[in-house]
Ligand binder design. Structure first.
Ligand SMILES: [Zn+2]
Ligand SMILES: [Zn+2]
Length: 141
């Protein structure tokens, strides 16, 4: 990567600021909507390109999980995630990593392990609240 590539352009800066202003792990489309409020003339292609650049540079993370749209994470450090099975909301879990995960599976595969990703599944607070409403939630209401 050359020096020129490392330049943080004004567009890139806005994209990074918008991504870091939320912890919702938005998709590129969603980030585009956010960025467009500040840069009305920006194109979706530009947003995509800059997100890829930022991920390559290790400033942000791409979060890809099977069967869902790629999302972006403004937090570049290693952390786990929990995903709502009802609405797809994705939140961070800041917990100590489970020790020796890679050692534990090393004998069980011919792959060379390059990393792992832990995603917990659950039902988020707002989905829990709305399902509680739907079922009445109890007699004493
Ligand atoms: Zn939910
Ligand atoms: Zn995250």
């Amino acid at each position: 990567m050359t020096n020129q590539d490392l330049r943080m352009t004004a567009q890139r800066k806005v994209i990074l600021e918008e991504l870091r202003s939320v912890d919702t792990h938005p998709t590129a489309d969603r980030i585009y909507e956010m960025v467009r409020r500040r840069l009305p003339r920006v194109s979706l292609a530009t947003v995509y390109r800059n997100l890829e650049w930022l991920a390559e540079a290790g400033v942000i993370q791409k979060y890809e999980s099977a069967g869902s749209q790629r999302r972006f994470d403004g937090n570049p450090s290693t952390h786990d995630h929990i995903r709502c099975v009802e609405c797809g909301r994705l939140d961070d879990i800041m917990a100590d990593p489970i020790p020796d995960v890679e050692e534990r599976i090393r004998d069980k595969t011919d792959y060379r392990i390059v990393g792992y990703r832990l995603e917990y599944l659950g039902i988020c607070p707002s989905c829990r609240a709305s399902s509680a409403q739907g079922t009445g939630g109890g007699a004493s209401d």
